[in-house]
Design a protein around this ligand. Structure first.
Ligand SMILES: NC(=O)c1ccc[n+]([C@@H]2O[C@H](COP(=O)([O-])OP(=O)(O)OC[C@H]3O[C@@H](n4cnc5c(N)ncnc54)[C@H](OP(=O)(O)O)[C@@H]3O)[C@@H](O)[C@H]2O)c1
Length: 290
């Protein structure tokens, strides 16, 4: 990435996901800190922290906050799903239809954002994951029809700053949530079990942890570096009647693979349910406000 972004980017919501993106943009020199700003609902200490840490602009005084939002080229929605309807409805009076809206809010549909804003906007809807906070995120990204090629590029740049990006149509963001959005927790779960087994077998907690963490890191890196499929790599390390064979045989007999598959699909289904609930809540909110 040679050219820095020339757009002014405002973060509405200054939590951990906003900070992950901010940090990626600043540390990788993708955007000038002076072109970035963050606002939140009330936490002035948090804004000062971000200002000191990254040199970005912040605003807690309402007139200044409104001015920054009006003048921004890109607005990133970074609040919790439960706060999104109220926050977006409040932005309606400030935004112009050419401003690019980027959302990291889980379950918040493009249609719902447009309903709350009262018109068609270029929108980038995303599903990042928690590893974004260390620059190793996996983010699913989809675009509204109004997003121009240049605006799509900006959206991709923001998330490439915190990891890898996969473009999908909006309907498939639910399965992205199942695979990578909730994915880190599945791996943590397996790691917990490996550590517990290590301790039961005689390792100290620290030894079991060290070996497990490096094993998971190495396994992911092997798939990435060799470009071989996990199945092929597994086949290579599984000698007949060996230790790995014995372990995998037990996992197969217990239906572990099938359970993981069902768990991913259940998470995707749950994402759909939660998205429907947000849409309903925003409809109620719309009725209340307008
Ligand atoms: N963290 C992750 O790994 C992850 C992964 C995927 C998706 N996401 C999505 O990212 C979003 C943010 O998550 P987070 O963990 O960063 O949340 P967080 O740390 O709780 O931060 C939420 C921020 O939103 C602000 N806010 C709330 N209402 C607002 C309003 N009306 N106007 C302006 N700001 C408002 C809060 O301000 P105050 O503190 O002043 O109230 C706070 O700065 C969520 O929607 C989540 O679904 C997160």
């Amino acid at each position: 990435m040679s050219d820095m972004l020339q757009q002014t980017i405002g973060f509405i919501g200054a939590g951990s996901m906003a900070e992950a993106i901010l940090r990626g943009l600043v540390e990788r020199r993708i955007a000038e800190p002076s072109r970035l700003f963050a606002v939140n609902r009330q936490d002035a200490v948090r804004l000062a922290e971000l200002r000191d840490r990254y040199g970005i602009r912040t605003a807690s005084e309402p007139a200044e906050r409104d001015r920054l939002i009006r003048e921004a080229d890109v607005i990133v929605l970074g609040m919790k799903p439960k706060d999104a309807a109220a926050a977006i409805a409040d932005l309606r009076r400030l935004l112009r239809p050419e401003q690019l809206i980027v959302s990291v809010v889980a379950g918040l549909a493009i249609e719902t954002i447009e309903r709350l804003l009262g018109g068609t906007f270029p929108i980038v809807r995303t599903m990042p994951n928690t590893s974004s906070t260390i620059g190793l995120g996996a983010t699913g990204v989809s675009f509204s029809a109004a997003a121009s090629p240049a605006q799509r590029e900006i959206g991709l740049t923001l998330f490439a700053a915190i990891g890898e990006v996969c473009v999908v149509d909006e309907a498939r963001l639910d399965i992205v949530t199942g695979v990578s959005g909730s994915g880190p927790a599945y791996i943590y779960y397996v790691m917990e079990a490996m550590i517990a087994a290590g301790v039961e077998g005689g390792l100290t907690e620290e030894e079991a942890r060290q070996l497990t963490v490096q094993t998971v890191l190495g396994a992911a890196q092997m798939v990435k570096t060799t470009k071989e499929s996990p199945r092929e790599l597994r086949r290579k390390v599984t000698s007949p009647n060996g230790t790995t064979h014995a372990a995998i045989e037990l996992m197969e007999a217990s239906g572990v693979g099938e359970t993981v598959k069902r768990a991913v699909l259940r998470a995707a289904e749950r994402a759909r349910e939660m998205g429907d609930a947000i849409a309903e809540q925003s409809l109620a909110h719309g009725k209340q406000v307008y």
